[in-house]
Design a protein around this ligand. Structure first.
Ligand SMILES: NC(=O)C1=CN([C@@H]2O[C@H](COP(=O)(O)OP(=O)(O)OC[C@H]3O[C@@H](n4cnc5c(N)ncnc54)[C@H](O)[C@@H]3O)[C@@H](O)[C@H]2O)C=CC1
Ligand SMILES: O=C(O)[C@@H]1CCC=N1
Length: 270
């Protein structure tokens, strides 16, 4: 169980609680966060986890929360945060792109601002949380929120949050695409759709688990699978032709990271 620095009199508010903030909240509650310490502000939710207060709009006339998690889309951040009273609160933003300077300009009364870039496997405690301190000191609070999500990693350079948004924030989608492509290939080789998906998923899960447990790098492990003149080498020769897979993944990550920069601009104009 994690010790969370929140209570009904020292609360955590979530502004926007959809896919990502919802996954984080589920994990926090599962690991000991007191639901009575949490308020979800989200106009399209009809229910919240047991014991969590649900509001359609920011409460008026209440003391500011200890921390406010920004879980809305970057494009609606400006509209959604208007009228929020957060004097002295710590802000934890999971929004892609929106930089610390924009957050500070929009929420000047915040005592501290942390950018936290999570990913969806956080729901299982197998996610990644990249963190960057933009203003003030909310390290202990942010650590308490990040650690139960999986790997928590602070970065000095804010640019690495955009880079990490591409690698670990968006990354699960790229891995899912690989699994889907492997399953589609397996179907073409004769497996049923169900068999193909099960094979692809179990292979990726097992390969990742072994890579985690092994002192060897993934590059070495690939060579371990490949017997000289065997089946794996024949397949790797296709993936490696003109560094095809490296080039494709680099272009994929670059496009995602560049989009984070563009989102920042859209949020500023939103
Ligand atoms: N989905 C993912 O895997 C990841 C998402 N993020 C970031 O998380 C944020 C949310 O993304 P998702 O959860 O995927 O989107 P989502 O659309 O599932 O969640 C956004 C939530 O904001 C709510 N909302 C809309 N207007 C609001 C308002 N005026 N006040 C309060 N709440 C309002 C919506 O009802 C919705 O529940 C984005 O900024 C995104 O960049 C970051 C990392 C990973
Ligand atoms: O696609 C997006 O913009 C968000 C940020 C990282 C994952 N989902």
């Amino acid at each position: 169980m994690t010790h969370y620095p929140f209570s009904p009199t020292h609360p955590l508010w979530l502004l926007g609680c959809g896919n990502m903030a919802g996954a984080m909240l589920a994990r926090w509650l599962e690991t000991g966060l007191d639901p009575a310490a949490v308020t979800v502000i989200d106009p399209s939710r009809t229910e919240a986890p047991a014991g969590v207060r649900l509001l359609a709009a920011p409460p008026q006339g209440e003391a500011p929360p200890a921390a406010l998690l920004l879980g809305v889309k970057p494009q609606i951040f400006a509209a959604a945060s208007a009228g929020l009273s957060i004097k002295g609160s710590a802000i934890i933003s999971i929004m892609a792109g929106v930089d610390g300077a924009s957050l500070a300009a929009r929420l000047p009364d915040a005592s501290a601002i942390v950018r936290l870039m999570p990913n969806l496997p956080a729901a299982l405690g197998k996610g990644v949380a990249l963190l960057h301190a933009s203003k003030g000191d909310a390290k202990a609070m942010a650590d308490a929120l990040a650690t139960p999500l999986g790997l928590a990693l602070w970065v000095e350079s804010e640019a690495l949050i955009d880079a990490g948004t591409a690698v670990s924030g968006s990354g699960p989608a790229f891995v899912y695409r690989f699994i889907d492509a492997m399953a589609a290939g397996a179907e073409k080789l004769g497996f049923t759709a169900d068999q193909a998906q099960a094979l692809a998923l179990a292979t990726v899960e097992g390969a990742a688990a072994l890579a985690s447990a092994s002192p060897e790098s993934p590059a070495i492990l690939a060579d371990r699978v490949a017997s000289p003149k065997g089946t794996t080498r024949a397949g790797l020769d296709v993936l490696d032709e003109d560094a095809a897979i490296y080039t494709l993944i680099h272009r994929t990550l670059k496009a995602a990271a560049d989009r984070a920069g563009a989102l920042a601009e859209e949020a500023r104009n939103g």
